[in-house]
Design a protein around this ligand. Sequence first.
Ligand code: SAM
Length: 219
Amino acid sequence: MEYERERKRLVNSLKEYNISEKTLKAMNKVPRHLFVPSIQIAEAYVDHPLPIGYAQTISAPHMVAMMCDLLDLHEGQTILEIGAGSGYNAAVMAEIMGKKGNIYSIERLEKLAVFAQENLKNAGYSNVEILCADGSLGLPEHAPYDRICVTASAPCTPLPLIEQLKPGGIMVLPEGKRYQRLYLIKKDMKGNIIKEDRGGVIFVPLVGDHGFNMLCGDR
Ligand code: SAM
């Protein structure tokens, strides 16, 4: 009951970011306190990122809400998320989609992949599959994707992710190291890419073959 009240207050506070009704409604249903380490539980409904161990974070609720809105999610879509972390962002996406559709979420750190999968199970989300791998390579076996959500900052847009996005598909992705920007990337029906800058953000780095220290260079 106490969590419900705190969640409601948090979700109300997100209105100042002009978040859509459908995203606010979904966030009102997802129990964020089940996605944070027990030591962080008192902070679960505060609008800021929280540590989840292994030098990683669960993103701030307003950032989750803004990315979900940019993605324009619908029932029945096939979604790829890079950076499962706690599983919370995947749960919000699943809720927006009415739990109808398939979400594949990749996490490079095995302990966090297990953490995310357990959290999702405890919260009742069965249409999210967590995989432990380098998400900068995408997930070719289930491609193409209607939507791709990247929750770690890349040095440049990973080519495999562009290739695995459906024509008509949408991807959101933070790019940059110290100075990061959030990009909304759309692939039109002819395969052309349209990339819009949606402002400054702060994310942990995407580490992998098409992430930092690898093919794209440590820029
Ligand atoms: N979406 C998460 C949530 O709701 O809790 C927050 C994600 S956290 C900001 C970014 C995550 O991306 C970290 O857990 C990190 O280990 C992961 N990550 C970084 N590089 C990755 C890669 N190449 N493939 C998959 N996961 C990666």
